[in-house]
Design a protein around this ligand. Structure first.
Ligand code: NAD
Length: 351
């Protein structure tokens, strides 16, 4: 039998478990009942994911005595809006969902962010369960309590911190995840390895993709960071490694680049910048670049004029007090936040 992993997460108001094992999806109903819930619950999913897994989840919940109502939202970041959340409120009301009835998210990071925000705000908050189905959502978006939606002015501009009752990660669902989405998620796994787990990076480079192990290792890094800084007031910014550059590259590609592809290039840029500033060795940069390339992720930044990259980075949310901050590696497993990086050095590594 495959090992079952449970990772507890401490939050400012309590603790919740992250259960990781093959087949946990079919145990969802029993696990929810163990937490003391009963009666109605809502499943939020999209047609892409729902076609494979909504039936299984519904059955598991029904078997455990729940009356689940399926609430479908359209697939895609362009639907991560207040209008989609308003549509969910309508569905919840029509189903008679009450204060103690949980909302379950079944999908990638987009679904989790939308469903979590709906759960945080409907009736001033109902219980929430995350069942992430993309690699990115498993290792990143489903952990840490951030939920929210986009506005026409920018991404993730409205939201709330909403800690889940539990997170259920079933590696088996990755079977249907498109390869490009899987690779994009791997960029975040590499990021977590660089932040705090050298063994994780070594295993990836050696081609060891034992999913349960890899996901648990990446989740542990995220958990340790968010436990230290639950409301993102300081240290949590290290999770933005590669993102200041990465977001700029994504934006300049008109979002044709996937998030993970932008992040992969961004991580390489961060390593080159760290090296130029004397914070890390050429060997560290080489190891990072080599691992990303081995995973088929892009490592060379796109050829945009420096001015436009700089402008795209400047508009990024990570601007603190008018100065760009960069998260840079000192070594594998040791990253830090640097303000006051001279523009000329950033230019030199990009050109
Ligand atoms: N809340 C946070 O802390 C946090 C952190 C990182 C990212 N995010 C957010 O997460 C979102 C990106 O998440 P994502 O990369 O998962 O994108 P996504 O949710 O759009 O999923 C990518 C695609 O894969 C499909 N999919 C998901 N699981 C599948 C499966 N098992 N089988 C088949 N298809 C599947 C989705 O329907 C979608 O088409 C962004 O909106 C980002 O802002 C949030």
């Amino acid at each position: 039998m495959k090992p079952k992993t449970t990772i507890p997460v401490k939050t400012p108001t309590g603790e919740y478990p992250i259960h990781i094992y093959d087949g946990v999806l079919t145990d969802a109903g029993a696990k929810l009942r163990e937490l003391g819930f009963a009666g109605k619950c809502a499943i939020v999913t999209n047609p892409t994911v729902g076609q494979y897994y909504a039936g299984k989840l519904t059955e598991s919940l029904t078997d455990a005595g729940f009356s689940p109502v399926l609430c479908e939202i359209p697939d895609g970041e362009q639907h991560k809006t207040l209008a989609t959340v308003a549509g969910l409120y309508d569905r919840f009301l029509a189903a008679g969902l009450e204060r103690g009835n949980p909302v379950l998210s079944l999908g990638g990071g987009v679904t989790g962010d939308i469903a979590g925000f709906a759960a945080a705000s409907y009736l001033r908050g109902v219980p929430f369960v995350q069942i992430p189905t993309s690699l990115l959502a498993m290792v990143d978006a489903s952990v840490g309590g951030k939920t929210g939606v986009d506005l026409p002015q920018g991404k993730n501009l409205v939201g709330a911190f909403k800690q889940p009752e539990m997170v259920l990660i079933d590696p088996l669902v990755l079977e249907t995840l498109p390869g490009a989405e899987f690779r994009s998620g791997l960029a975040e796994v590499v990021k977590h390895g660089i932040i705090a787990d050298e063994t994780l990076l070594e295993k990836l480079r050696a081609g060891d993709f034992s999913l349960g192990w890899m996901i648990a290792a990446a989740v542990r890094v995220k958990v340790s960071v968010v436990e230290e800084d639950p409301f993102e007031s300081g240290r949590r910014a290290v999770l933005n490694l590669g993102h200041t550059f990465g977001h700029a590259f994504e934006k300049l590609s008109d979002f044709r680049l996937r998030h993970g592809e932008g992040v992969a290039m961004g991580i390489v840029c961060a390593a080159r910048l760290a090296q130029s500033l004397g914070h890390c060795t050429p060997e560290t940069t080489a190891r990072i670049t080599d691992t990303l390339a081995f995973l088929d992720l892009p490592t060379e930044p796109p050829a945009h004029p420096f001015e436009s990259i700089w402008a795209a980075m400047g508009a990024d949310k990570k601007k603190a007090a008018g100065k760009l901050r960069f998260v840079l590696p000192r070594a594998i497993g040791d990253v830090d936040i640097f303000a006051d990086v001279p523009r000329s050095v950033v230019q030199s590594i990009l050109e």
